[in-house]
Design a protein. Structure first.
Length: 266
Protein backbone atom coordinates (compact mmCIF):
# COMPACT_ATOMS: atom_id res chain seq x y z
CA UNK A 1 0.00 0.00 0.00
CA UNK A 2 1.16 3.52 -0.78
CA UNK A 3 -0.24 6.36 1.36
CA UNK A 4 0.36 10.00 0.41
CA UNK A 5 -0.08 12.55 3.21
CA UNK A 6 -0.48 16.16 2.09
CA UNK A 7 1.06 18.60 4.56
CA UNK A 8 1.15 22.37 4.55
CA UNK A 9 3.56 24.75 6.25
CA UNK A 10 1.56 27.34 8.21
CA UNK A 11 2.67 30.32 10.34
CA UNK A 12 3.46 29.41 13.95
CA UNK A 13 2.45 32.90 15.09
CA UNK A 14 -0.72 34.97 14.90
CA UNK A 15 1.33 37.93 13.59
CA UNK A 16 0.95 37.07 9.91
CA UNK A 17 2.50 39.39 7.33
CA UNK A 18 0.75 40.06 4.04
CA UNK A 19 2.33 41.02 0.72
CA UNK A 20 0.71 44.38 -0.17
CA UNK A 21 1.12 43.75 -3.91
CA UNK A 22 -0.24 40.21 -4.21
CA UNK A 23 -2.42 40.20 -1.04
CA UNK A 24 -1.01 36.77 -0.15
CA UNK A 25 0.64 35.55 3.07
CA UNK A 26 4.38 36.11 3.30
CA UNK A 27 5.76 32.61 3.98
CA UNK A 28 8.67 32.75 6.43
CA UNK A 29 10.07 29.24 6.75
CA UNK A 30 11.79 30.03 10.04
CA UNK A 31 8.43 30.50 11.77
CA UNK A 32 6.53 27.73 10.00
CA UNK A 33 5.07 24.53 11.45
CA UNK A 34 3.13 21.63 10.01
CA UNK A 35 -0.57 22.45 9.85
CA UNK A 36 -2.10 20.77 12.96
CA UNK A 37 -4.85 19.05 10.94
CA UNK A 38 -2.21 17.61 8.59
CA UNK A 39 -0.17 16.39 11.56
CA UNK A 40 -3.23 14.37 12.62
CA UNK A 41 -3.54 13.06 9.08
CA UNK A 42 0.06 11.87 9.26
CA UNK A 43 -0.66 9.97 12.47
CA UNK A 44 -3.68 8.28 10.86
CA UNK A 45 -1.43 7.20 7.98
CA UNK A 46 1.17 5.87 10.43
CA UNK A 47 -1.57 3.90 12.25
CA UNK A 48 -2.47 2.24 8.96
CA UNK A 49 1.22 1.55 8.30
CA UNK A 50 1.50 -0.09 11.74
CA UNK A 51 -1.55 -2.27 11.01
CA UNK A 52 -0.10 -3.33 7.67
CA UNK A 53 3.24 -4.16 9.30
CA UNK A 54 1.51 -6.30 11.92
CA UNK A 55 -0.27 -8.20 9.14
CA UNK A 56 2.93 -8.61 7.16
CA UNK A 57 1.77 -6.32 4.36
CA UNK A 58 4.09 -3.67 2.90
CA UNK A 59 3.07 -0.05 3.38
CA UNK A 60 4.87 3.13 2.34
CA UNK A 61 4.00 6.63 3.59
CA UNK A 62 5.05 9.61 1.46
CA UNK A 63 4.63 13.19 2.69
CA UNK A 64 3.84 15.73 -0.03
CA UNK A 65 3.93 19.50 0.23
CA UNK A 66 3.97 22.60 -1.97
CA UNK A 67 5.99 25.45 -0.54
CA UNK A 68 9.24 27.34 -0.18
CA UNK A 69 12.56 25.43 0.02
CA UNK A 70 12.63 25.59 3.85
CA UNK A 71 9.51 23.39 3.91
CA UNK A 72 11.94 20.50 3.40
CA UNK A 73 12.74 20.82 7.13
CA UNK A 74 9.13 20.01 8.03
CA UNK A 75 8.98 17.04 5.66
CA UNK A 76 12.12 15.65 7.26
CA UNK A 77 10.46 15.97 10.67
CA UNK A 78 7.52 13.91 9.32
CA UNK A 79 10.00 11.25 8.21
CA UNK A 80 11.57 11.25 11.68
CA UNK A 81 8.12 10.38 13.06
CA UNK A 82 7.59 7.41 10.76
CA UNK A 83 7.00 8.50 7.15
CA UNK A 84 9.22 6.86 4.55
CA UNK A 85 9.98 9.64 2.10
CA UNK A 86 8.96 13.10 0.99
CA UNK A 87 8.27 15.18 -2.09
CA UNK A 88 8.42 18.99 -2.08
CA UNK A 89 6.96 21.00 -4.94
CA UNK A 90 8.91 24.25 -4.86
CA UNK A 91 8.84 26.78 -7.66
CA UNK A 92 8.02 30.48 -8.03
CA UNK A 93 5.41 29.36 -10.53
CA UNK A 94 3.38 27.86 -7.64
CA UNK A 95 3.34 31.11 -5.58
CA UNK A 96 0.01 32.74 -4.75
CA UNK A 97 -2.07 29.67 -5.62
CA UNK A 98 -5.66 29.39 -4.43
CA UNK A 99 -7.16 26.01 -3.56
CA UNK A 100 -7.83 25.06 -7.19
CA UNK A 101 -4.28 25.83 -8.35
CA UNK A 102 -2.87 24.15 -5.23
CA UNK A 103 -4.95 21.04 -5.91
CA UNK A 104 -3.70 20.93 -9.48
CA UNK A 105 -0.06 21.17 -8.34
CA UNK A 106 -0.52 18.45 -5.71
CA UNK A 107 -2.26 16.18 -8.21
CA UNK A 108 0.68 16.62 -10.59
CA UNK A 109 3.04 15.74 -7.74
CA UNK A 110 1.09 12.56 -7.03
CA UNK A 111 1.01 11.68 -10.72
CA UNK A 112 4.81 11.92 -11.00
CA UNK A 113 5.47 9.51 -8.09
CA UNK A 114 7.00 6.15 -8.91
CA UNK A 115 4.10 4.31 -7.24
CA UNK A 116 0.36 5.08 -7.52
CA UNK A 117 -1.33 6.37 -4.36
CA UNK A 118 -3.79 3.93 -2.80
CA UNK A 119 -4.82 6.47 -0.18
CA UNK A 120 -4.38 10.25 0.00
CA UNK A 121 -4.72 11.76 3.48
CA UNK A 122 -5.28 15.48 4.04
CA UNK A 123 -6.05 17.54 7.11
CA UNK A 124 -9.65 18.71 7.21
CA UNK A 125 -8.46 22.28 6.63
CA UNK A 126 -5.47 24.57 7.08
CA UNK A 127 -5.43 26.93 10.05
CA UNK A 128 -4.28 29.81 7.83
CA UNK A 129 -7.12 29.42 5.32
CA UNK A 130 -9.98 27.35 6.78
CA UNK A 131 -11.38 26.53 3.33
CA UNK A 132 -11.51 22.71 3.77
CA UNK A 133 -11.46 22.41 -0.03
CA UNK A 134 -8.17 20.70 -0.89
CA UNK A 135 -9.21 17.14 0.05
CA UNK A 136 -12.49 17.07 -1.89
CA UNK A 137 -10.89 18.86 -4.85
CA UNK A 138 -8.05 16.32 -4.91
CA UNK A 139 -10.58 13.49 -4.89
CA UNK A 140 -12.26 15.12 -7.87
CA UNK A 141 -8.96 15.57 -9.69
CA UNK A 142 -7.98 11.95 -9.05
CA UNK A 143 -11.53 10.67 -9.71
CA UNK A 144 -11.73 8.67 -6.47
CA UNK A 145 -14.21 8.67 -3.54
CA UNK A 146 -13.72 11.07 -0.64
CA UNK A 147 -14.63 10.87 3.07
CA UNK A 148 -14.36 14.21 4.87
CA UNK A 149 -13.97 15.15 8.53
CA UNK A 150 -12.81 11.71 9.68
CA UNK A 151 -13.03 11.47 13.47
CA UNK A 152 -11.78 7.92 13.96
CA UNK A 153 -10.08 5.12 12.07
CA UNK A 154 -11.48 1.69 12.90
CA UNK A 155 -9.16 -0.31 10.70
CA UNK A 156 -8.39 -1.66 7.26
CA UNK A 157 -9.45 -4.98 5.79
CA UNK A 158 -7.94 -5.76 2.41
CA UNK A 159 -8.52 -2.64 0.36
CA UNK A 160 -11.37 -1.25 2.46
CA UNK A 161 -11.11 1.36 5.21
CA UNK A 162 -13.62 1.57 8.08
CA UNK A 163 -14.00 5.14 9.30
CA UNK A 164 -16.18 7.33 11.47
CA UNK A 165 -16.74 10.84 10.18
CA UNK A 166 -18.82 13.84 11.16
CA UNK A 167 -21.87 14.97 9.18
CA UNK A 168 -24.48 17.67 9.66
CA UNK A 169 -26.74 14.99 11.16
CA UNK A 170 -24.10 13.56 13.53
CA UNK A 171 -21.39 10.92 13.25
CA UNK A 172 -21.55 8.17 10.65
CA UNK A 173 -19.65 4.89 10.30
CA UNK A 174 -18.64 4.27 6.68
CA UNK A 175 -16.52 1.91 4.65
CA UNK A 176 -14.63 3.18 1.62
CA UNK A 177 -12.83 1.15 -1.01
CA UNK A 178 -9.34 2.23 -2.05
CA UNK A 179 -8.07 4.21 -3.82
CA UNK A 180 -9.64 7.13 -1.98
CA UNK A 181 -9.04 10.50 -0.36
CA UNK A 182 -9.86 11.23 3.28
CA UNK A 183 -9.68 14.47 5.28
CA UNK A 184 -9.01 14.25 8.99
CA UNK A 185 -10.29 16.23 11.98
CA UNK A 186 -7.67 17.68 14.32
CA UNK A 187 -8.78 15.59 17.33
CA UNK A 188 -8.83 12.25 15.47
CA UNK A 189 -5.35 11.29 16.73
CA UNK A 190 -2.30 12.64 18.53
CA UNK A 191 0.87 12.74 16.43
CA UNK A 192 3.61 10.59 17.91
CA UNK A 193 6.94 12.10 18.93
CA UNK A 194 10.04 11.37 16.85
CA UNK A 195 12.60 8.99 18.32
CA UNK A 196 16.31 9.81 18.40
CA UNK A 197 16.87 6.98 15.94
CA UNK A 198 14.12 8.40 13.73
CA UNK A 199 15.67 11.88 13.73
CA UNK A 200 19.09 10.49 12.84
CA UNK A 201 17.66 8.27 10.10
CA UNK A 202 15.63 11.14 8.64
CA UNK A 203 18.78 13.18 8.07
CA UNK A 204 19.93 10.60 5.57
CA UNK A 205 16.66 10.33 3.65
CA UNK A 206 16.72 12.39 0.44
CA UNK A 207 13.75 14.72 -0.07
CA UNK A 208 12.78 15.00 -3.73
CA UNK A 209 12.35 18.66 -4.72
CA UNK A 210 10.55 19.21 -8.01
CA UNK A 211 9.64 22.28 -10.03
CA UNK A 212 6.53 22.88 -12.12
CA UNK A 213 8.42 21.69 -15.18
CA UNK A 214 9.58 18.53 -13.39
CA UNK A 215 5.96 17.46 -12.75
CA UNK A 216 4.84 18.63 -16.21
CA UNK A 217 2.44 21.20 -14.77
CA UNK A 218 0.64 23.58 -17.12
CA UNK A 219 1.87 27.12 -16.20
CA UNK A 220 -1.60 28.50 -16.92
CA UNK A 221 -3.02 26.35 -14.11
CA UNK A 222 -0.46 27.13 -11.40
CA UNK A 223 0.12 30.04 -9.02
CA UNK A 224 -1.78 33.30 -9.36
CA UNK A 225 -2.34 32.79 -13.09
CA UNK A 226 -4.12 29.51 -12.41
CA UNK A 227 -6.23 30.83 -9.52
CA UNK A 228 -9.80 31.85 -10.41
CA UNK A 229 -10.21 33.33 -6.91
CA UNK A 230 -7.84 36.04 -5.71
CA UNK A 231 -7.75 38.33 -2.68
CA UNK A 232 -8.49 41.87 -3.84
CA UNK A 233 -7.77 43.55 -0.51
CA UNK A 234 -6.91 42.51 3.05
CA UNK A 235 -7.11 44.72 6.13
CA UNK A 236 -7.60 44.68 9.89
CA UNK A 237 -11.16 45.86 10.68
CA UNK A 238 -11.53 48.91 12.90
CA UNK A 239 -13.13 48.31 16.27
CA UNK A 240 -14.88 50.79 18.55
CA UNK A 241 -14.52 50.37 22.29
CA UNK A 242 -17.21 52.67 23.69
CA UNK A 243 -19.77 51.27 26.10
CA UNK A 244 -23.20 52.43 27.26
CA UNK A 245 -24.33 51.92 30.85
CA UNK A 246 -28.00 50.89 31.09
CA UNK A 247 -29.61 51.60 34.48
CA UNK A 248 -33.02 51.12 36.06
CA UNK A 249 -35.07 48.07 36.87
CA UNK A 250 -35.35 45.07 34.52
CA UNK A 251 -38.20 46.55 32.48
CA UNK A 252 -36.43 49.91 32.08
CA UNK A 253 -33.17 48.20 31.10
CA UNK A 254 -34.99 46.06 28.52
CA UNK A 255 -36.67 49.11 26.99
CA UNK A 256 -33.38 51.00 26.87
CA UNK A 257 -31.67 48.03 25.26
CA UNK A 258 -34.36 47.80 22.57
CA UNK A 259 -33.91 51.48 21.82
CA UNK A 260 -30.13 51.10 21.53
CA UNK A 261 -30.50 48.18 19.14
CA UNK A 262 -33.03 50.07 16.98
CA UNK A 263 -30.65 53.03 16.78
CA UNK A 264 -27.78 50.80 15.74
CA UNK A 265 -29.91 49.24 12.99
CA UNK A 266 -31.03 52.53 11.48
Amino acid sequence: MHIVVCVKAVPSTTEVKMDPKTNTIVRDGRQAVVNPFDATGLEIALHIKDECAAAGDPCRVTVLSMGIPDTERLLRDCIARGADDGLLLSDRAFAGADTLATTYALSRGIACMDEPADLVVCGKMAVDGDTAQIGPELAGALDVPCVVDVQRLYGIVGSTLALEHATDAGRELVEVDLPAVITVAKDAAQLRMPSIAGVLAAEGVPIAVKTAADVEADPARTGLSGSPTQVVRSFVPERASEAVCVTGDAAEQAAALVELIEEACR
